[in-house]
Ligand binder design. Sequence first.
Ligand SMILES: [Zn+2]
Length: 263
Amino acid sequence: MALITESQLRTMLKEGIPSPYPINKGDRLTPAATDFLKERGIKLDLLSTMSMASSHLPGDASGKLTVPVGVSNRHIHLSPEDMERLFGTGYVLTPFRDLSQPGQFAAKEKVTLLGPDGLIKDVRILGPTRKATQVEISKTDGFHLGIHPPIRLSGLIEATPGVTLIGPKGCAVLNEGVIVAKSHVHMGPDDAKHFKVTNGDSLMVKTAGDRSVIFANVSVRVSPAYILDLHIDRDEANAANLITGDKVSVIGKNGKLLSWNGR
Ligand SMILES: [Zn+2]
C-alpha cells in the first residue's frame, strides 16, 4: 500500500504520466493528487478511488488503536438559496471528487471569500447543499481575511462571524456561518464499539514522526453513515506535519490517558 502525493506526480510530469494511471489495490491518493490527475483528465482504477478512507479494522499489527487522517482544506457548504445567489437560479453543483464520508463530494465550483482585510480565491464548494451555509477556514485564513471565528463542530454556527462570498453570477453576504472546524473523528457504530466510545466523547490522539503532536480533545462523531477518519484542518496538519492518509494512535479518551502504549 502506497500513498501517492501531488509532488510525486509533479516530478513525473517531464517523462509523462501514464493515462490511465495504474495504481495497486490499497494505494491511496492525497486529495491534491486526485485533483492533479483529474484536472489533466487522467483516469484511475475506480475501485481504488471510491474512498479516501481505508476499510481495514482500526489498529495495527501491535494491537495499537489507530485512525487514518483526512486533512480538510478551507471549504464551503452552501444552502440552496446561497447557491442560487452565487451561481444562478436552478443551478446544480457538479461533483468533482468523492469525499471520505459517503454521499459527500467536493464540487467543481469554487468561489471567492471576501473579508475586511483581504480575500481568498478559489475556495471549493462541498456538496450536497445543506440547510444553512457554513464556511470552514483555518486560523491562518482568518488572519488573512480579518475574521476571527470560534472553533466549532460543524453545524454550530450561532454567534459566528459572517463573510462575503463572490460567485460567477452574484454575491452572498453572510451575517454568520464562518467557523474554524473543531478536530473530530468520524466513525461507524462498529468502530465506536471497538474504541469503546459513544457520540460526543473525545479522543486523545498522538501523531508520529519528527513533529509528534498530541491532539488532546478530538470530538467523536458516530453515525452508521460514517467511515473512520480523523478530520483536522490545514493549520493542525502543518503543525503536526501530517498529510491525508497518515495514521495517528489513540492514547486516551475524555481527557484521560489510556496508557503509554495506546492500550
Ligand atoms: Zn468531518
